[in-house]
Design a protein. Structure first.
Length: 408
């Protein structure tokens, strides 16, 4: 199967792209071959790598607006965990599908999921049906090691890789962390967890173990380049040095951090250390959307405002954190438009006001554009949205609304 894309704007120039199977096989001024499908954008659309949402909990779309304006501990332990206890595999299937409709419509083609083992069958079915790429981090608790082991290894597909996700140091025991690390090493799996999200988490860790979270994990031999840490706010300089030395990736979650008043990610310090910074929305109960356009803009503005320095978190840096850096963290050859890369692409309608004028496409994408600018989405060489139409969208919205009744 090959698709020829004609007259699309790439880096301010009109180009043709040839997609063969799931790869970008050729980029040139003009490509003339007979293809299975030809799409001519007539210079009216630009192509960008699809966004990579590096930290989310998809099925929490069912809890959007369920509990707001509360401190993290009260929100998580009194509201979210009890509501999640009512979720079964079928809820998680439809909640994930709802999340994927939203992600596709706002240009996300790859996401780093973390969610309950209870819904793993539903999660995998939803991702497969919607055609988006994912790393699925299965949440570990102290009792599900053996089940996770049996489940994870045979399930890898073209679109889905697996990760091990001990939720956080305040929910996972030392035994769980040690098992996760060993399992990751043995099976070459990523580790996805929340780390140093709140000051309270750091203080509790010091009280309990006599050291800060990064030191605690490092002393367990836990941290390496396979670790993707979400939130990652409350690190001191010594901890940043350890993280740099170990080569892990950090995920900046600006909307969730602002909404839960968790603190502010040290973007410039982390960048200057050379640590890989990715961007993520977190779940829809703490954001409350999964829109990477919003996340990019809010992420840039929060840094400038907090540091009182408009040169911080530049549009280009934020765009990289939403694309290429995510691919680096999740170990996939995507997030860039080059020959030989995975064909995970979004097509941006340049006829929208947000791109008029268009002095700087990345600036417009980060500071001006809205998700409505995404007209078509391709993932793994297949169109999964054309002219903003996703098959099944109506049915998914209806079903999610019906299922959410049980949380009221
Ligand atoms: Zn989270």
């Amino acid at each position: 199967m090959n698709i020829l894309i004609k007259n699309v704007i790439l880096n301010n120039e009109k180009k043709d792209l040839l997609i063969e199977d799931n790869l970008i096989s050729k980029i040139d001024d003009e490509i003339n071959i007979s293809a299975d499908e030809v799409v001519d954008y007539k210079g009216e659309k630009a192509v960008s790598p699809g966004f990579i949402n590096c930290h989310t909990h998809s099925a929490m779309t069912l809890l959007r607006g369920y509990a707001d304006d509360l401190p993290l501990n009260e929100w998580l332990f009194n509201k979210i965990f009890p509501a999640e206890a009512k979720m079964d595999n079928e809820d998680i299937y439809w909640g994930t599908k709802l999340a994927l409709v939203e992600m596709i419509k706002s240009g996300t083609t790859f996401f780093n999921e973390m969610y309950l083992f209870r819904g793993c069958e539903g999660t995998i079915r939803a991702i497969t049906e919607m055609g988006v790429r994912a790393v699925y981090g299965i949440c570990l608790d102290d009792s599900n090691f053996e089940k996770v082991k049996e489940f994870v290894l045979p399930q890898k597909t073209d679109l889905i890789d697996f990760a091990i996700a001990p939720h956080a140091i305040y929910t996972a025991s030392e035994e769980t962390l040690r098992w996760a690390k060993e399992f990751s090493d043995k099976n070459n799996l990523l580790i996805h967890m929340h780390l140093s999200e709140t000051l309270n988490e750091v203080e509790e860790c010091i009280d309990k173990f006599g050291k800060r979270p990064v030191e605690y994990l490092n002393d367990l031999g836990f941290i390496n380049e396979k670790c993707v840490f979400a939130h990652s706010i409350w690190f001191n300089n010594k901890e940043l040095e350890i993280l740099e030395d170990k080569g892990c990736s950090l995920v900046y979650n600006p909307s969730s951090n602002m909404k839960l008043s968790s603190g502010v990610f040290r973007f410039e310090d982390v960048k200057n250390k050379g640590i890989n910074i990715c961007l993520g929305t977190d779940g829809a109960a703490s954001n409350n959307s999964l829109d990477m356009f919003e996340e990019m803009k809010i992420g840039a503005l929060l840094q400038k405002s907090n540091d009182i320095d408009p040169t911080h978190a530049k549009a280009e840096d934020i765009f990289l954190s939403a694309t290429e850096n995510g691919a680096k963290a999740l170990l996939k050859k995507t997030g860039k438009i080059e020959e030989g890369y995975l064909a995970d692409l979004i097509f941006i309608d340049l006829q929208k006001t947000y791109f008029s004028p268009n002095f700087n496409f990345i600036s417009n994408l980060v500071y001006a554009a809205k998700s409505e600018c995404v007209s078509d989405v391709m993932c793994n060489g297949k169109f999964i949205m054309k002219d903003r139409i996703i098959p099944q969208e109506k049915e998914i919205l209806k079903k999610a609304k019906e299922l959410s009744v049980k949380f009221t």
